[in-house]
Design a protein around this ligand. Structure first.
Ligand code: XMP
Length: 510
């Protein structure tokens, strides 16, 4: 299979680059620049390398560099933004700082004929975001494009198949960005387009059938799309040797446990154990208010429940989890900062009573997981179900968690969902839910004073949950939900709507 290395220099669009490559049916893997050497790149047989952008300046000794030997491997390279400057620097070109005249936003690109620009008009719009730029390209490199402020917006050494662009082809504002990436992948690298979800599903099933023959495996099922797809993949591979465990930790939405159980048994025919662990989780969380502690406790309790179930089955070799690529990155694997310990990655305890943790979707983005789900014939409503976090309502009750608060939140959340559905907008936001804040405020009801909780409603529009915008839900819908919630839910006398995007906020409140 062809594979592209996305060599990560810390830019904000790194994942987007990998997704854009995969959209073109070519596998891409992101590796931090300091976790791989030119020798590894050659040995691992990459078809091409993309150097990402990054916030640094190449002449700063502290900035990330890479051994120039990369240029001698004979593998095609595309440098983007900082990656382009780094290429120029490695090959002996001259980089210059625009000082206070950073270029940010749309620019008109004038391109000259080159395989990289095949099918792209001589004038097009590109997206720039930089301070430094290549002033003089290295010997052997030709200038392939310019903008008003950037004399070398694209450069290339066609003989060695090494290219650099100062602009960002991966963002949609660059009019012909997809075409440029397509040219690099298919014409320059000679990729064949062999990364398809059909193929991924087939190979994954074959691999686990081979590796897990005769072994008992447990799957942690949450009811969300990720763990469902992971379970069905494993079920296809090892059939009855797979037991799915669905833990009712008392932190689920209204009627959720029953819905999940019915779907998995009736529609997917999986062997399923539902564990009632409500007391256990509530007990462990008593008095805990700190979000990371909540996550860690829940991760730990989950594992202990699975271990207990596994012991009942006999020797269970492995535990399957629905971890996906963004979970891995956001939990601080690699160089990224830890934002939250997603409980199926960073929240796991160190000592686990399984020989192996199996994460079949660890390299997939959400859209790819959904495509695999469709390939496997999982019902549409499950594949497109909005995500629900592993720690459940524990991270939507701010502050201490009590049974009463959970009940109130469940009722309010259900009303919100009903009103979104009644407005026919169920599929408009990527995710929507209610959060019970820890703030209380004064209100008036009838003739009396109230001192009740503030409930926040949140709805976000997003492609990948790495970034998100708040959804502009109609005022009428919000008014109706607010009226019903304050009228029907005990102890809530104020409703607010969260109008923050991610970043700077995250989707969940904790
Ligand atoms: P954040 O809050 O990190 O959420 O912006 C991004 C997406 O991830 C979901 N989420 C989780 N999913 N385990 C999960 O399986 C977790 O611990 C977890 N925390 C957040 C969140 O609901 C959103 O869809």
């Amino acid at each position: 299979m062809d594979k592209i290395l996305v060599l990560d220099f810390g830019g904000q669009y790194n994942q987007l680059i990998a997704r854009r490559v995969r959209e073109q049916k070519v596998f891409a893997k992101i590796v931090p620049y300091n976790k791989i050497t030119p020798e590894d790149i050659a040995a691992e047989g990459y078809t091409g390398v993309i150097l990402t952008g990054g916030p640094n300046s190449v002449y700063d000794p502290e900035s990330p560099h890479f051994p120039p030997k990369l240029l001698e491997l004979g593998i095609p390279i595309l440098g983007i933004c900082y990656g382009c400057q780094l290429l120029a620097w490695m090959a002996g070109g001259e980089i210059c700082s625009a000082g206070n005249a950073s270029e940010y936003g749309k620019a008109e690109l004038h391109a000259v004929g080159s395989v990289l620009f095949a099918g792209i008009p001589a004038k097009s719009v590109c997206w720039m975001s930089h301070t430094d730029f290549v002033k003089t390209p290295p010997a052997d490199f030709a200038v392939l494009g310019e903008t008003e402020n950037c004399p070398c917006a694209a450069m290339g050494d066609e003989r060695r198949r090494i290219y650099g662009v100062q602009f960002h082809p991966e963002v949609t504002h660059t009019e012909y960005g997809r075409q440029l990436l397509h040219n690099f992948l298919y014409t320059v690298c000679g990729c064949r387009g062999d990364w398809t979800m059909e193929d991924f599903a087939r190979k994954t099933v074959e691999r686990y059938r081979r590796e897990l023959a005769g072994k008992k495996v447990l799957c942690a099922l949450s009811g969300g799309v990720d763990s469902s797809v992971a379970a069905v993949l494993l079920h296809k591979a090892i059939g009855e040797d797979l037991t799915c465990v669905f833990v009712d930790h008392g932190l689920l939405r209204k009627n959720e446990a029953e819905d999940v159980e019915r779907t998995f048994r009736e529609k997917l025919g999986l062997k399923l154990i539902r564990v009632d662990a409500r007391e256990r989780f509530l007990g462990a969380l008593r008095g805990v208010t700190e979000p990371e502690r909540k996550r860690k406790i829940i991760g730990e309790e989950f594992i202990r429940v699975f271990e207990a179930e596994a012991r009942k089955i006999g020797h269970v070799h492995a535990l399957v989890q629905g971890t996906i690529y963004p979970d891995v990155i956001e939990s601080g694997q690699g160089d990224a900062a830890v934002i939250k310990s997603h409980h199926n990655v960073g929240g796991l305890p160190d000592v686990i009573d399984f020989d192996e943790i199996i994460e079949p979707l660890r390299e997939l983005f959400k859209d790819e997981v959904r495509a695999v789900g469709m390939e496997l014939g999982i019902p549409q409503e499950m594949v497109w179900r909005q995500p629900f976090p592993g720690p459940g309502l524990a991270i939507r009750v701010i502050g201490e968690i009590t049974r009463e608060k959970l009940d109130v939140l469940r009722d309010a959340d259900e009303i919100f969902r009903q009103e979104v559905a009644a407005a026919g907008l169920e599929n408009a936001p990527g995710q929507y839910f209610a959060v019970l804040t820890d703030t209380r405020s004064v209100g008036v009801m009838g003739d009396g004073r109230t001192y009740g909780y503030t409930l926040a409603l949140r709805a976000v529009t997003t492609d990948d949950f790495m970034t998100a915008d708040w959804t502009r839900l109609p005022y009428e819908l919000l008014a109706k939900a607010s009226g019903r919630i304050t009228g029907e839910c005990k102890n809530i006398n104020r409703v607010v709507y969260d109008i923050t995007s991610k970043p700077p906020a995250t989707v969940e409140w904790e």
